[in-house]
Design a protein around this ligand. Structure first.
Ligand SMILES: Cc1cc2nc3c(=O)[nH]c(=O)nc-3n(C[C@H](O)[C@H](O)[C@H](O)COP(=O)(O)OP(=O)(O)OC[C@H]3O[C@@H](n4cnc5c(N)ncnc54)[C@H](O)[C@@H]3O)c2cc1C
Ligand code: SF4
Length: 457
């Protein structure tokens, strides 16, 4: 029996299952690892980090005991560096490029980054100051990693920045979407505080398109940054989706981040539909909510799943089972309208489709029934179409079109960064890339507004 389930049975608070799962380094561990670094000239890890953190620089500062300097080096390059230390797929990024992969084992860059930023959080350090005001005003829609990073850079360049955020708390998916046992909410809210200290105003509970019109922002500000990310999990499109016991993975995680734990999961059989990071988070959350058995149902195979390797390993360690080449066909309910079975069909992979991946095709007559108590839907995210169209922006099925160098959209006053520009084979939905795009967007706006000022003199 897993410790997680024992916690429930022994009456421990369900909440303790959602505590951060990995401990931070202690001083000795941090020093031992920092002192293994070769401090390479032209370090490949810097190039592999989308935000270009001076990794040897921050590690050297840990080794010499300059903790504030270390945290500043990290956060300078990455305004959400504390979150990234916990959620970056480091084996594909910085650690994957470490030269020590060829001999011993890579430097645990993410863990050292966490050690340095945790120090800053514990010591309530304020790391940056705003620039001298230049009289220009920027509106940012969305306070996720992209919006916050853009705001931080613009405030340091002297702009008055107002962020409009639909939710009651800022931080985007770092605050409400990534599971608390990998990224506690407090970490993301500390990053938000760092940005507020620069004078950035964050108006929460302000949904652009409903509480304020897009055209008002475009008219009243010198530039607008659209950093609204993506939206809800879409409908699967099968019979029975309206039954009781069907959850949206992102909503489920958000509830746990806000301290609400669904007791319905205790002792139940859960099927999670999808195999990306959202599905893994939905599955590991279900385990922590006390589910007796959790299966991930995916119509392709392990080779095509989009979840990061470390997420996949994490789920396997949690006892999550995987059913490859399986697709849901319809849901069946009990007499009270609660889901009790899922009809599935086996799939086979055919030639590569337009999306560059093998096309899954049903094997006729292979239908079978699976007993389930709860379904967690995690088949990706829809787009904020209404708002994108409210701004009148060109897009490709909700992926906002930008100039790849300047991040300018089809409206020269509106820029876009983060998940809102991810998709159709462009980019990756990652916190660290959203952060870098936020920074790039800020610099691009600064460049254009500087030019406009000079031309108007
Ligand atoms: C379940 C899950 C797990 C993930 N795990 C990882 C991981 O482990 N590692 C990793 O690197 N990435 C992970 N990601 C991806 C990562 O979270 C995103 O790529 C990143 O958050 C994108 O940042 P963003 O700022 O573009 O958007 P978001 O973080 O989505 O922020 C957008 C913000 O805009 C706000 N908004 C939307 N519409 C409006 C409106 N009309 N008015 C005002 N505000 C609005 C939203 O409320 C939100 O706060 C995960 C994503 C999900 C869904
Ligand atoms: S931000 Fe992410 S990719 Fe960059 S150094 Fe830190 S952990 Fe590695």
């Amino acid at each position: 029996m897993s410790d997680l389930l024992k916690n429930l049975i022994s009456g421990d608070a369900l909440a303790s299952n959602f505590d951060e799962s990995k401990a931070s380094f202690n001083v000795q561990e941090a020093l031992d690892e920092a002192n293994r670094c070769l401090f390479c000239y032209d370090a490949p890890c810097i190039t592999a980090c989308p935000t270009g953190i001076d990794i040897p620089g921050f590690i050297k500062k840990i080794a010499s005991g300059n903790m504030k300097g270390s945290a500043t080096t990290i956060m300078e390059a990455n305004p959400v560096g504390a979150s990234c230390s916990r959620v970056c797929p480091t084996e594909e990024l910085c650690e994957g490029a470490c030269v020590l992969n060829n001999s011993t084992k890579p430097i645990p860059i993410g863990d050292l980054q966490r050690y340095a930023t945790d120090w800053a959080i514990k010591n309530e350090e304020v790391l940056f100051q705003s620039g001298e005001k230049n009289g220009k005003h920027i509106a940012i829609v969305g306070s996720g990693p992209a919006g916050l990073s853009s705001a931080r850079e613009l405030a340091r360049l002297g702009y008055e920045v107002t962020i409009y955020e639909a939710k009651s708390e800022p931080g985007g998916l770092d605050t409400f979407g990534i599971v608390p046992f990998r990224l506690p909410k407090d970490i993301s809210l500390w990053e938000v505080e760092q940005i507020k200290q620069l004078g950035v105003e964050i108006k929460t509970n302000m949904e652009v398109g409903k509480d304020i019109y897009p055209e008002d922002l475009v008219e009243n500000y010198d530039a607008v940054v659209l950093a609204i990310g993506m939206s809800k999990v879409p409908m699967i499109g099968i019979e029975g989706e309206e039954f009781e016991g069907i959850y949206d993975a992102i909503d489920l995680v958000e509830r746990t981040k806000n301290g609400f734990y669904e007791e319905e999961f205790i002792g139940k059989r859960v099927a999670v539909i999808g195999a990306g990071n959202t599905a893994i988070d939905g599955a590991t959350t279900s385990v922590r909510l006390g589910a007796q058995n959790v299966k991930i149902i995916y119509r392709r195979t392990e080779a095509e799943m989009t979840a990061y390797d470390f997420e996949y390993e994490f789920a396997k360690q949690d006892g999550v089972e995987f059913r490859w080449l399986t697709s849901p066909k319809r849901l069946i309910s009990d007499e009270y309208g609660h889901v009790k079975q899922m009809e599935c069909v086996r799939m086979e992979l055919k030639e590569v489709g337009a999306d560059g991946r093998p096309r899954p095709v049903e094997i006729k007559g292979s239908e079978f029934l699976m007993d389930v108590d709860i379904i967690v839907k995690a088949i990706g995210q829809t787009r904020h179409m209404n708002l994108i169209e409210g701004f009148g922006l060109e897009h490709n099925e909700g992926v906002v079109k930008i100039d790849q160098e300047t991040f300018m959209t089809s409206n020269p006053k509106v820029y876009a960064a983060g998940d809102v520009i991810f998709g159709k084979g462009i980019g990756e939905a990652m916190v660290v890339s959203a952060a870098q795009q936020g920074k790039d967007t800020a610099l691009s706006i600064h460049q254009r507004l500087k030019e406009t000022t000079i031309n108007n003199v």
